[in-house]
Design a protein around this ligand. Sequence first.
Ligand code: COA
Length: 502
Amino acid sequence: MSRIASDKYRSKVMSAEEAAKFINNGDRVGFSGFTGAGYPKALPDALAARIKEAHDRGEEFKIASYTGASTAPEHDGALAAVDGISMRMPYQSDPIMRNKINAGVSEYNDVHLSHSGPQVRAGFWGELDVAVIEVTAITEEGTAIPSSSVGNNNVYLEKAQRIILEVNAWQSLDLEGMHDIYSMGLPGSNKAIPINSPGERIGSRYYDIDWDRVVAVIETDAEDRNTPFKPLDQDSKTIAEELLDFLANEVKQGRMPKDLLPMQSGVGNIANAVLVGLNNGPFERLTSYTEVIQDGMVDMIDSGKLLVASATAFSLSPEAATRMNDNAKHYGRHIVLRPQEISNNPEVIRRLGVVSCNGMIEADIYGNVNSTHIMGSRMQNGIGGSGDFTRNAYISCFVSPSLAKNGDISAIVPMVSHHDHTEHDVQVIITEQGLADLRGLSPKQRAKKIIANCAHPDYRPLLEEYLEQANAKANGAHTPHDLAEAHGFHRRFLESGSMKKA
Ligand code: COA
């Protein structure tokens, strides 16, 4: 049975190839899609074919691609493979897309996720030509039930001159009611966002769509890119245990209530290990104000440990996605999916006192964090929502193994090769070696603690040697650096393949 209850919308149903003709060289396109959930399944591939044909004829054809966050091989990967993207924002993690950015074929602007929608609304990114948005169904009245991510869809639907909808029959109809679509306005007209607890609903269950701008509707039946989690390794379990001990002590010290504060957890295996640890741990009646719903949260809803989670998207394994689709009505009582300008909103994060926990590439001895660049120049994924949460969290944590690339790289370095989160924002750093609580410490005190607690023993002597030299040579005693050697670890790796001294 068709998911399109409105005759008007049914009259616009066409193939993805037909719909792709509404997108032209130079267009700015706002796509749905967030961590592999809710991206359009058919249009990007058809558009990639159209771009390739144009290139084969010797014609220019590139688009600016804006999304919620990362998408999937059949979206980012397909468009990047045909050199079809001139500008990408705000976040990506596809290997082909990443290579095109690092090869200089596509430009990339790595925007805070909470800023991206409001910036498009305000016109910082120019006129938006097309919105391509996946939805679960279209109602008789012509409103749309969102699918497995919301991201920036509300903004793209509001701003685009032409709208293409993909109606995906794979998405559960029981997602209806899980979403809370509330849009900010322009500065000057904005009111306080009335969210005082993670589960509070303040908007609509549906997207309102301006029919006059709808040019095409495509019917699909394809699953999201749901990637399985790797089995939890010992490092991830150790890091999770350290964080849980830290939280228990915060409760004991009276700095946090015994059911904790709303947790934000980044993507990846360590983050999931933390959720598994919370599920097995002593804390009850937990809440989450975060960006994505991961497997661990679904398990915690099942066990009754997690009362409510607010996010903008799912980021599930295939097994958990099936569970979600089969029981969406039940999970909808515990989950609210919001636009990313709200799920990641600094005002709300600060008000709720969120505890943030994100992965990192490297941290330096003073507590600055690099989340995005390998050896200073090569883009990995992007800052995502880590900045939205870190700066505004009640307590901000970063987690990483202390080593990368078989021990040739130390995650603790004298000076980060790229700055995403400054020492002013980073409060706790955790590796499998231990935890450094940086609150209330000066830079030099922080350096001693990070080296002693977080660096791998193979690199501790080199870091201590650097700190000693920096103390002797620096032009000030507050944050001592030896600028000639501050990136010595990175230089050695680029020259010899290891940060260790020969
Ligand atoms: N130097 C060089 N490479 C490093 C490195 C370092 N210090 N640390 C990690 N890497 C490499 C790993 O070897 C791995 O490489 P591979 O893909 O070739 O195997 C890659 O970076 C990813 O590392 P991994 O250990 O698998 O970490 P992860 O999946 O936990 O991701 C980040 C870590 C930082 C890349 C990831 O957390 C991220 O993109 N963060 C920014 C966005 C964010 O925080 N989002 C959540 C906000 S809500």
